[in-house]
Design a binder for this molecule. Structure first.
Ligand code: KG4
Ligand code: ZN
Length: 333
């Protein structure tokens, strides 16, 4: 029997559906919500309304692209959390109805587990144990991955996430939301000539709130002297911000590898799409002979393909949820 799962992701501002068959992602449709740009950040109420509008066409497109009919599905998977409550409700309610209608099992997925398991969407895949640096808009974590379904957090941010640091610093430069990809683009034409103080956080934890304040004070001081400072130095500022955040992340990843004595490493999450981080990660692996894994960019930012991947391993263990399952905005790791 060919085992086929439909997966749904709606935790923030991307409505996404994917089909996975025997561990192979056949389709991965993502509808990103553009309206939030006008507000400079995600407006939860607007996000849930857009999910409601998009979920049916997105699911239909995922089935069509995969060449799969609803009647062929063996399970429905969905992100249970963490995420925005209103956004999660749309995906979870839809998934539950479909599972009930088709009389097939429901699989709940933890969004951050899924980011990590995106590393299994394409060959070659990491061997266990490995360490994953997961960097997204809401999380920054160093995780020891012992098996597909066995992961331990070694360290994480005490305040802002790395993606937030990119977005907030970029916003100060006048870049549109989400500023992370914009900073990345402009950084490629600039040089990291400015330095900002980096928080000295013990162990394998991170802190980015001080960095944000340092950028703010630096910009205030410079624009007082030259009101056109940001315009003139935009590319260099982006390169400097990117360098600072990525260097902090890579240093801690190296520390985790040393402490755990593990030489297989991976990165995941929206910020792992960043060209600076990808380059630094490759350089780290080359320098120390680590085996490094980076998901394809389409599996880095939020997508249902990664939810499908996580669901596949839960399906193999028959780890199903009852239809009474409810969204968990603060779902534990
Ligand atoms: O994983 P993700 O899509 O959503 C969450 O689970 O949060 O991550 C979104 C975050 C945003 O902060 C966005 O600015 C950042 O990832 N991001 C990037 C890049 N692409 C996305 N940050 C820096 N460079 C990029 N190329
Ligand atoms: Zn995410």
């Amino acid at each position: 029997m060919t085992r086929t799962i439909l997966a749904i992701e709606s935790s923030c501002d991307d409505t996404s559906a994917a089909v996975i068959q025997e561990g192979q992602v056949l389709s991965n449709i993502i509808a990103s919500q553009k309206t939030h740009k006008d507000y400079g950040g995600v407006v939860p109420e607007v996000a849930s309304r857009e999910h409601i509008q998009k979920i049916i066409p997105v699911v239909e497109a995922a089935l069509v692209e995969a060449g799969v009919d609803k009647s062929e599905l063996n399970a429905i998977a969905v992100t249970r959390g963490p995420g925005l409550l209103g956004s999660l409700i749309v995906g979870v309610s839809f998934a539950k109805s479909l599972a009930q209608g088709l009389q097939i099992p429901l699989i709940e997925v933890q969004h951050m587990h899924a980011h990590i398991l995106a590393n299994f969407a394409e060959n070659p895949v990491p061997t266990f144990p490995f360490i994953c640096l997961t960097v997204s808009g809401g999380h920054t974590q160093l995780v020891r991955v012992n098996a597909h379904n066995e992961m331990i957090i070694l360290g994480q941010t005490k305040d802002d996430a790395a993606g937030e640091a990119f977005d907030k610093a970029g916003k100060m430069l006048g870049l549109p939301y989400p500023a992370g990809p914009e900073v990345d683009k402009l950084a490629q034409q600039g040089e990291a000539i400015f330095t900002f103080p980096t928080a000295n956080v013990p162990d394998l934890d991170f802190s980015f709130s001080g960095f944000k304040t340092a950028v703010l004070y630096f910009l205030q001081k410079q624009t007082k002297e030259d009101p056109e400072f940001v315009d003139k130095q935009l590319n260099n500022l982006c390169a400097s911000i990117q360098e600072n955040i990525c260097e902090t992340l890579i240093k801690k990843l190296k520390k985790a590898a040393d402490r755990e004595k593990i030489s297989t490493l991976a990165i995941a999450g929206g910020v792992s799409a960043n060209s600076g981080l990808r380059n630094k990660f490759k350089a780290l692996c080359d320098q120390h002979n680590y085996e490094g894994f980076i998901p394809h960019i389409r599996f880095c930012t939020d997508n249902a393909g990664m939810i499908a991947m996580a669901a596949w391993y839960k399906y193999l263990e028959k780890d199903f949820s009852g239809l009474g399952m409810t969204p968990e905005p603060r779902m534990k790791f």
